[in-house]
Structure formats: structure tokens, C-alpha cells
Design a binder for this molecule. Structure first.
Ligand SMILES: [Ca+2]
Length: 324
């Protein structure tokens, strides 16, 4: 068997194209994907190049065009052609951000035991708008309510916090800064935690799940004038376990969400091999949202670019875009 390696230029279309340009480039992509899937020699790098240098919308167009030409489903074809973590990443990319998040949550609940780490990361870091969409998609995909699944798999105050977030009652940011309310909330957080024996978790939950993010940023600043410990230190002192982890993710994301993800990526990448799942999840779930900003925070805080970190999977680094 002779393998011909065809080196046609693969168009890089990280920005959206319209009209004929898009149709043409997608045709070339479909050609590439079909050629490499249909021939026995699967060129993984080409599949990676074709699918990672595009937006989700473009990947869907490619899949649609592929299905029309090849008369079969591209996802099924990719499943047959790829394996392991590369398969997980590429199939993840064929989902929308909400579909991916919903599937990750479902997997964390329906797998063996409960993967609290995934559940906490997604529910505590997503915006209200994102959570609204995740709930909708969850219902469409799994024919059941996210609330019901979360309730069935968690308990106590941890369950109450996650369910409060899933209720998506967070206020929209307001143009008017309400200093009285900021002071009131800061004092309430202190009165419910560091000031008293034990913790009034319900008060913490309602403030942290219902107030807007800009408001909470000011509340946490104000909080320091009441408490000898800042909010994150107070969380560590007051609560334990999954509840503590959840409040910490929330507090970190209120302050700087991209820095939170950069730190998490750094920790996961430092621990060799074992944390690949976390790196994959963050990069795939944020590539259409704020991965570029996460990369900037990463470089600012850890002195090197995300793309240069270790010998991480080429596909994930390719999603981070060119190094700047
Ligand atoms: Ca206390």
C-alpha cells in the first residue's frame, strides 16, 4: 500500500467567514476530513488542524457538509478513527459550549460515584446566562431536569448551594452602585460567619448566589473592613469539604475568573498525567468563551505562555491559538 501525503494549505479561519469564501474553505475541510477518515491511514494531525482552527459554528458546517457528501455521520466516523484523550477532545469540540458543559455535568453525576470536582468547577464558575443555557440543553439532551440530578447526587449545605446556583437567580449588573447594599451584604457575610460560633450558611448562599458579580466584588472589598480575614480566608476557616471548595471557586471567579482558570490549569499541568481531564475540560469548555484571556493571565502569573507548558497535547495547545 502506497500512502500519498498531500500537502494542500489548510486555511486558518479562526475568525468567521461568510458567503462563498466559507463554502469553499469548508469544502476543502470536508475533503480533508473525509479523505483521512475514509482512507485507512488516519492522519490525526490533519484532523486536529482542520477542526481546531475553526469556531464551533464552522465545525458544525463542516460536519453538515461531510454528512451530505459521505452520507454518514461525521461524529460516528471520528469515533471510529480516533481513540483515547484525542477522541475526547475532538468529540468535545463538536459540541456547543452548553452541550459540552451539560454532558460533563451528566458524566460527573452518572459515572461511578460522583465527580464533585467537575460538578463544582462547572456550576460555580459559569455565569447566570451560561447556567440558564446549560439547564435548557441538559433537559433537551437527557430528558430530565438538572436540578433533579444535582439534588439526587448531593446532600446537605453543598446541595443547597449548588441548587441555589442552578436556580439562576443572580441579579444582572446594575449601572448604579448601591453602597448601602454593599455595606449591608458585607456586614451580613461577616455576621453569618467569622463573627459567630458556627456559620449561618443559608445567608452566605443567598448573598453569593443572588447578587451580581460587580456588586460582590465591592462587597468582598468592604468585607475586609469588618473581618480580620478576607473572604477566601473566611471560607477556609468557616466551612469544610465540598462546600468549602464550592465557595472558594465562587469567590475566586467573582474576583477574576480567567485567573482562576489559569491557576487551575497550572496546578493540573504541574501534576504529570493524572490531571489531563481537568486541562482538557477547561480548554475545550472555554475555547469559545475566554481562553485567550485565560492564556494572558497564565503568562502574566506563571511567566510562560500556556502553549509552551510541557509537552501537552498538540490539539489542546492548538486551540489556544498562536502564541503572542
Ligand atoms: Ca463562625
Amino acid at each position: 500500500v502506497i500512502h500519498y501525503k498531500i500537502n494542500l494549505p489548510i486555511p486558518d479561519l479562526t475568525h468567521m467567514l461568510t458567503g462563498t469564501e466559507s463554502i469553499l474553505s469548508n469544502l476543502i475541510c470536508v475533503f480533508y476530513v473525509s479523505f483521512f477518515i475514509l482512507t485507512s491511514g488516519v492522519d490525526e494531525q490533519t484532523i486536529i488542524d482542520v477542526l481546531t482552527k475553526r469556531t464551533y459554528a464552522q465545525r458544525r458546517e463542516i460536519a453538515f457538509a461531510y454528512e451530505r457528501r459521505a452520507k454518514k455521520d461525521m461524529i460516528t466516523a471520528l469515533k471510529g478513527a480516533l481513540s483515547g484523550s484525542l477522541e475526547a477532545v475532538i468529540l468535545g469540540l463538536m459540541k456547543s459550549t452548553s452541550q459540552y458543559d451539560a454532558s460533563e455535568i451528566r458524566g460527573s453525576i452518572k459515572g461511578l460515584g460522583t465527580d464533585e470536582e467537575t460538578l463544582i468547577e462547572i456550576l460555580c464558575s459559569r455565569s447566570n446566562e451560561e447556567l440558564v443555557d446549560i439547564k435548557k440543553v441538559y433537559k433537551e439532551l437527557f430528558k430530565t431536569d438538572l436540578q433533579k440530578d444535582v439534588k439526587g447526587d448531593t446532600s446537605g449545605n453543598f446541595a443547597k448551594l449548588l441548587l441555589a446556583l442552578v436556580e439562576t437567580k443572580r441579579a444582572e449588573p446594575s449601572a448604579i452602585v448601591d453602597y448601602e447594599k454593599i455595606d449591608e451584604d458585607a456586614r451580613a457575610l461577616y455576621d453569618a460567619g467569622v463573627k459567630i460560633k458556627g456559620t449561618d450558611v443559608a445567608t452566605w448562599i443567598s448573598i453569593m448566589s443572588e447578587r451580581s458579580v460587580p456588586h460582590l466584588q465591592k462587597v468582598f472589598q468592604r468585607y475586609k473592613s469588618y473581618s480580620p480575614y478576607d473572604m477566601q480566608e473566611s471560607i477556609v476557616k468557616e466551612v469544610k469539604g465540598d462546600l468549602q471548595k464550592s465557595f472558594l471557586v465562587l469567590a475566586q471567579c467573582f474576583e477574576n475568573k480567567q485567573l482562576f482558570f489559569a491557576k487551575r490549569l497550572n496546578e493540573a499541568m504541574k501534576s504529570k498525567g493524572a490531571k489531563e481531564k481537568i486541562v482538557t475540560r477547561i480548554i475545550v469548555s472555554r475555547c469559545e468563551v475566554d481562553l485567550k484571556k485565560i492564556g494572558c493571565e497564565y503568562k502574566t502569573n506563571f511567566g510562560q505562555s500556556l502553549q509552551k507548558t510541557g509537552d501537552y497535547q498538540k490539539v489542546l495547545l492548538s486551540l489556544c491559538g498562536p502564541e503572542e
